[in-house]
Design a protein around this ligand. Structure first.
Ligand SMILES: Nc1ncnc2c1ncn2[C@@H]1O[C@H](COP(=O)(O)OP(=O)(O)OP(=O)(O)O)[C@@H](O)[C@H]1O
Length: 244
């Protein structure tokens, strides 16, 4: 089932409108990036897609089984190993005890952490912890995965590796992914479609489709990155100007 936003509007209490009449359809298996400046309402939109927040107006439809969520902070249980953290997620997803160990091993292998299965979070690097968080999100066995700037705190090399691996996992699993970022390059590397959001209020002001051919052409990708950076800068400038 697709994700459908229909005239979706959000405001907190009697504050200003945060998201204003979003109408979008995300197909099953699509990888969409929500790109926007800080404060434009990206996390609020993900929270609505996760069912954690009700829209003030319009509607949101997501697959019946809901969504798995992955945040910037991996929030692993410190006393459990990588394997233990993933097994716990499988238990919460209702996977029978007898299957959990094998499934967790498969997921840990999928995120390339076979060598660190028994390590605890404090023994891992930031990138390794995010790999466990990704395995834990996959353990929830949902068709929709919501990712809120999951790689923002990582160094550039680790982030690049995780980009490649996330794309490979997405291709293998056929999940629908909605990925929030304010990083233009990250959006171009990952997504098949980029929705650019304005701020105050948040609206979709630009939509770009990124094909694999496009992604493989560094000059075209760099030109698009420059163009989208300019769009975001203009948005930022508009607000700094209006706020004075
Ligand atoms: N619980 C809340 N109550 C009131 N206002 C809120 C609440 N959560 C977010 N906001 C406001 O809604 C707007 C959008 O916030 P949101 O966190 O969704 O944006 P964002 O694009 O994800 O920002 P960032 O990239 O900085 O995380 C901001 O102006 C923020 O102050």
């Amino acid at each position: 089932m697709s994700v459908e936003l229909s005239e979706t509007t959000l405001r907190y209490g009697d504050g200003p409108i945060v998201l204003d009449g979003l109408t979008e359809s995300i197909r099953p298996g699509e990888f969409v990036a929500l790109l926007g400046a800080s404060g434009c309402g990206k996390s609020s939109l993900l929270n609505m897609l996760a069912g954690l927040l009700e829209p003030t107006g319009g509607s949101i439809d997501v697959p019946d089984d809901g969504a798995a969520f992955m945040f910037q902070d991996p929030t692993l249980l410190p006393w459990l190993s990588a394997q233990g953290n993933v097994e716990l997620a499988l238990r919460l997803a209702g996977v029978p005890r007898a299957e959990r160990s094998v499934r967790a091993r498969e997921l840990i292998d999928l995120v390339q952490l076979g060598h660190a299965r028994e390590k605890k979070p404090h023994e891992m690097s930031g990138g390794m912890r995010q790999r466990v968080a990704l395995a834990r999100a996959l353990a929830q066995q949902r068709r929709l995965l919501l990712m809120d700037e999951p790689f923002a705190a990582l160094d550039a090399i680790t982030r690049d590796m995780l980009h490649e691996e996330l794309r490979a996992i997405w291709q293998r699993t056929g999940m629908t992914i909605v990925f929030v970022t304010h990083n233009v390059r990250e959006a171009i590397r990952l997504a098949g479609r980029i929705l650019v959001l304005s701020s105050h209020p948040g609206r979709v002001i630009d939509t770009r489709t990124i094909t694999d051919d496009f992604r493989a052409d560094p000059a075209r990708a760099a030109a698009l990155a420059a163009e989208l950076t300019d769009v975001l800068r203009k948005e930022q400038f508009k607000h700094e100007h209006l706020d004075q």
